[in-house]
Each structure stands twice: as structure tokens, then as C-alpha cells.
Design a protein around this ligand. Structure first.
Ligand code: NAD
Length: 480
């Protein structure tokens, strides 16, 4: 049979649904403006290395202007009845829905992730977060955060590049619902969707200064979290930077939440529905090219089904389509940056050097851009770097276990504690293990499922505080 008969025809999403300007300013006090020092940086499409736009680079003076604008807006915004604030959040959610296609294409271009994911996961979740927190804005007293809850003030928020608009939504929606004003710094490789969000704030008629966006790099982020007039710092990113921020904030009155790295275990028992488990494993580590803090990057499989499961997994990986992120058939897109690609490559090489067996399905990678083939390592021991360090790429490390106790011990043998998955037909085993696993989220017979009503966050070096759900409001409120 000719396999080509069954090949997918290209199905590219139209790029013309989004208009990207050649340059963007900082969004401060409701207006776009150039950086005080006039500095700019470029943002690239990781799939092609094409320059998408030039973006203002914010320094200390710009951060100060943004914090002042947020402070000036705080009084009126926090005093506004919750039902009125809710209307703005609803309006933002509706505009995100109306502009979802444009934003999905933009995010795919700037981040490199497949359009199927931005269209079907990122954007619906962004809108859902604003809808969800809009519902809380007039019910803060019933959120379980104590009597007479009050907004904290100005929130400094720093986010990473893996889910640019979604991480913005996780941070901005609860902050605004609770009556805080915001200065947000997006990641340097993915600034565009936050700047489009600034435009959405204007479209929604949000009062000036309630949301400010300052683009830049780590130094910009450091100025923001170190600014003396912010009341709350919310950070999502690497554990190393999280620790630095914790040191900066220590001894001040600033409140802090940290959402950091992870090394999630996806545990498959011999009684699990293996076909479904294979889908969960694939979704757990190849969704967003594995650049997911809660990725199931360690597969723990019960020894008795190891062979059967790995055969099925490899067959399934052979059907993944790697390539143009704008093609609607693409499963695995580009790695976000040359730096991230170098990090993944280095760790994969360490895996081989330390004696694990490396396998990838045959796949042709595009000549330009940043690409890494889906990769599976078997024969991994707990001491290997690929079992201990966060790779943040499409690389799965496979370990085995014999008993549930061994599975728990191996799953918890990590400095991180963000996520885990359990695959078994036994409900009682799921409940028992979920209690034993030191992970902020434990999925059962599924993986990487997100919902705005559900709190998310880590233990140990994965950080502290929760985002999402009513727990997510707590981080932005104090009470009398
Ligand atoms: P990163 O820590 O390098 O950068 C994250 C953000 O922090 C960027 O905006 C960056 O400019 C800024 N930054 C860098 N240095 C800073 C400093 N000294 N002070 C203040 N801000 C600074 O992380 P990354 O490589 O962009 O993102 C990947 C990491 O994020 C991974 O480790 C991943 O696990 C983690 N992550 C965690 C979650 C979660 O919810 N736990 C979600 C997504 C990503």
C-alpha cells in the first residue's frame, strides 16, 4: 500500500488574520510610548527566524513610570464596586473570544507552538480565566479569604514564554478582580501577545493605568520586582530566577507567589488502559514541545507492561507531525529560542553520555528555525541528569518500578513538586497515591488538563502560592 495516499495535505492557517506592526512601544497609563532611553529589541518567529517586530526595551525609568501609573489608578479601581470591575473583565473576555483567531495566529508566530494548541487550548483558556474571575469580583467576601477582603495595591507580574497570553491571564484576571492594578513584564522572546492584550484593555475601556505592560529582559524584570512601591510580586519562570526574586523580596512587606519549574512523573500501572495511557503520555510531554512546567517528563512504567507500553508509544510517536506551526495538522512545532534549543540539546547529550538509550521516530526537521525531534530515553536511572533536571523540551525519560511504594518513592525523588499523573483502573489506588505524591496537581487517567476553577501551584522547588480557582484570589487580597 502506498503510504503517501494517506499523507495529510498542507492546511496552513492564514497569516493575514493578524497585522503585526514593525514596532511597538511600552503600554503605560493607557498609552503606548517609546522607552525613556529609546532602546529596542527584536522578537523572532522561532519556526523561521524571521524578525516579526521591534519592541521597546524598558529600563528602571520605564518601570518606575509604569508603577506610578498603576499606583495612581489604584484608588479608583479598588474603590469601584466589584460588580462594575466585573464588567471590564467580562468585556475583556468577550473581546479575547472575538479576536481569538488573530491572537492564536500571533501567539503561534511569536512562540512557535502549533496553531492547533493556541486555537484549541491557549485562547479558550485565556477567555475562560477572565470570565471566571469576572464572576468573583463582586463576591470576594465569600471566597474564603477572610472577612472584609481588600486589594493589596500594585502587583508586579513577571511571566515566561511558554504560554505567553495564558500566563498573562492567570496573573492579570485575579489581580484585577480583587481590585489591584498591574505592571506586567512578558518574556523577552514572546512580547507580542501581551502588547495586543494592551490594545484589548483599551478596546474594553479599562481605566488608564490599571494594566501596564513593560517589555524587556531579566534586568527589566529585576527592576520591577525590586521597585519599592509594589505591594505584590507574582512570578512564573525558572527556579533559579525564582530564588533570586525571593531574596530580593525577603525583608520587605511585598507579598510573593512563585510558580517555578517541575519534573512531573507520569505513573502507569499494569492494569491501566494502555492505549489511553499512551495518549496521556504523548500529551504529557509533547504538548507545547514539552516546554511545560507541569510536563510529564518522567514516565514511570510498571515493569510487567514496559515492553508493551513502549512499543505502543513508539508506534504512536511515529505518527506525530513535526513542522510548520501554522499548519493545522502539525502536532509538534518549533522550540521557542536558540538558547532553549541549546539547553535541550545539551541535556539530551548528557543522557546519552550517562548511558541511557536514545530513540526518536524518523522525522524530517525544517532547515530554518529551532527544532528538536520528539525523543524518548529508556534505561534511565534516577541518578541521570535527564531524570533529575528539568529539560523543558520534547524529551521523555523512562524509568520502571515494580510496586506502588517504589513508584511513589521514585516519583517523589525530585527537588520539584508540581505535577504527577496516575494511570490505573483502581480508584482506591488513585486516592491513596494522590495523597502520597508531593505534587501540587495530580491527574488521574488524564494529563495536562487545565481549568480556571482549579488551583495550580507547587511544593518544594516548584514554588509556593496557588493560581487559579478561589485560591488564586488569596494571593491578591488582604483582610482587615
Ligand atoms: P526565566 O526564569 O528565565 O524567565 C521568566 C521571566 O523572568 C522572563 O520574563 C524573564 O525576562 C524574567 N527574568 C529573568 N531574570 C529575572 C530576574 N533576575 N528578575 C526578574 N525577572 C527576571 O524562565 P524561562 O526560561 O523564560 O521559562 C521557563 C521556566 O519557567 C521553566 O523552568 C518552567 O518550568 C517555568 N514555568 C513554570 C510555570 C509554573 O506555573 N510553575 C509555568 C510556566 C513556566
Amino acid at each position: 500500500m502506498n503510504a503517501k495516499l494517506f499523507a495529510y495535505a498542507p492546511a496552513p492557517e492564514s497569516r493575514s488574520v493578524v497585522e503585526i506592526a514593525s514596532s511597538y512601544g511600552l503600554f503605560i497609563d493607557g498609552e503606548f510610548r517609546e522607552a525613556a532611553a529609546g532602546k529596542v529589541f527584536k522578537t523572532l518567529a522561532p519556526a523561521s527566524e524571521e524578525v516579526l517586530s521591534e519592541v521597546a526595551y524598558g529600563d528602571e525609568a520605564d518601570v518606575d513610570a509604569a508603577v506610578r501609573a498603576a499606583r495612581a489608578a489604584f484608588g479608583a479601581w479598588s474603590a469601584m464596586p466589584g460588580a462594575e470591575r466585573a464588567k471590564y473583565l467580562f468585556r475583556i473576555a468577550r473581546i479575547v473570544q472575538e479576536r481569538a483567531r488573530e491572537l492564536a495566529v500571533l501567539e503561534t508566530l511569536d512562540n512557535g507552538k502549533p496553531i492547533r494548541e493556541t486555537r484549541d487550548a491557549d485562547l479558550p483558556l485565556v477567555a475562560a480565566h477572565f470570565f471566571y474571575y469576572a464572576g468573583w469580583a463582586d463576591k470576594l467576601a465569600y471566597a474564603g479569604c477572610g472577612p472584609n477582603p481588600r486589594a493589596l495595591g500594585v502587583a508586579a507580574q513577571v511571566i515566561p514564554w511558554n504560554f505567553p497570553l495564558l500566563m498573562l491571564a492567570w496573573k492579570v484576571a485575579p489581580a484585577l478582580a480583587a481590585g489591584n492594578t498591574v505592571v506586567l513584564k512578558p518574556a523577552e522572546t514572546t512580547p507580542l501577545s501581551a502588547l495586543f492584550f494592551a490594545d484589548i484593555c483599551r478596546q474594553a475601556g479599562l481605566p488608564k493605568g490599571v494594566v501596564n505592560i513593560v517589555t524587556g529582559d531579566g534586568a527589566t524584570g529585576a527592576s520591577l520586582v525590586g521597585h519599592p512601591d509594589v505591594n505584590k510580586v507574582a512570578f512564573t519562570g525558572s527556579t533559579a530566577v525564582g530564588k533570586q526574586i525571593a531574596r530580593t523580596v525577603a525583608g520587605t512587606e511585598k507579598r510573593l507567589t512563585l510558580e517555578l519549574g517541575g519534573k512531573g512523573a507520569n505513573i502507569v500501572f499494569e492494569d491501566a488502559p494502555l492505549d489511553q495511557a499512551v495518549e496521556g503520555i504523548v500529551g504529557g510531554i509533547f504538548f507545547n514541545q514539552g516546554q511545560v512546567c507541569c510536563a510529564g517528563s518522567r514516565l514511570l512504567v510498571q515493569e510487567s507492561v514496559q515492553e508493551e507500553l513502549l512499543d505502543a508509544l513508539k508506534r504512536r510517536l511515529g505518527t506525530l507531525r513535526v513542522g510548520d506551526p501554522l499548519d493545522k495538522n502539525t502536532d509538534v512545532g518549533a522550540i521557542n529560542s536558540a538558547e532553549q534549543l541549546a539547553r535541550i540539546t545539551e541535556l539530551a547529550e548528557a543522557g546519552e553520555a550517562e548511558g541511557a538509550q536514545r530513540w526518536s521516530p524518523p522525522c524530517e526537521l525544517p532547515g530554518e528555525g529551532y527544532w528538536f525531534a520528539p525523543t524518548v530515553f529508556t534505561g534511565v536511572s534516577q541518578a541521570h541528569r535527564i531524570a533529575r533536571e528539568e529539560i523543558f523540551g520534547p524529551v521523555l525519560s523512562v524509568l520502571t518500578f515494580r510496586t506502588p511504594d517504589e513508584a511513589v518513592a521514585k516519583a517523589n525523588n525530585t527537588p520539584y513538586g508540581l505535577s504527577a499523573g496516575i494511570w490505573t483502573e483502581k480508584g482506591s489506588r488513585i486516592l491513596k497515591l494522590a495523597n502520597q505524591l508531593r505534587a501540587g496537581v495530580v491527574w488521574a487517567n488524564t494529563f495536562n488538563k487545565f481549568d480556571p476553577t482549579s488551583p495550580f501551584g507547587g511544593y518544594k522547588e516548584s514554588g509556593y502560592g496557588r493560581e487559579g480557582g478561589r485560591h488564586g484570589l488569596e494571593a491578591y487580597l488582604e483582610h482587615a
